[in-house]
Design a protein around this ligand. Sequence first.
Ligand code: GDP
Length: 205
Amino acid sequence: MKNFSAEFVKTCVSPDQYPHDRIPEIAIVGRSNVGKSSAINTLLNRKGLAKVGKIPGKTQTINFFKVSTGDALLPEFRLVDLPGYGYAKVPKTVREAWGPMIEQYLTTRENLCGGLVLIDARRSQAPDSVLVGWLGSLSLKTIIVATKADKIPPRLYRSHLENIRDELLLAPETPLLLFSARTRQGRPDVFQAVQNLVRATVSHQ
Ligand code: GDP
């Protein structure tokens, strides 16, 4: 999609602050430092929209970004940036706040159409498979985005993707896409997959 625009909507710390409308949403989740902010900026073609390299886990907020597509069937949707998880240096109190906050959003948010799960293309880690398994148990459709693909040589793409599929026990129909914010590799595919997910959900309602 060529003509789209994106804007930051708001930062929320509790459900009463979430937007009160029916615009479909895709949640973006991943370990702290996996490249979530960079991915949002790259996907939305906006350099400073999400903040890159912020101190991991310092504040636990949910950030809403709106995408206006100009497409009559799907005029707008939101990307929802959930707090990153699994960063060892985060104080325990903050780590404990993470679970309930994203659990609450993921289990009760009516606007939610699916999840974009970011993992490091070099290797998934234990908390990633816990999260992916949990999203599966919620029957939430997911797209897995393997970030920082520029860090692995192309001849190893296939084996990395196979390992990630095995480690995360991905269903064959779950999209797994290589992505790099640095080179923009995979950007059109991820953007398309997000739109497909929103369209599929909205057309079933
Ligand atoms: P977040 O904590 O998940 O939001 O991650 P950030 O977007 O803040 O990125 C964390 C670090 O990874 C920063 O130093 C980024 O410059 C770097 N980074 C993010 N995306 C990429 C990528 O695609 N390739 C490489 N090589 N580095 C990246």
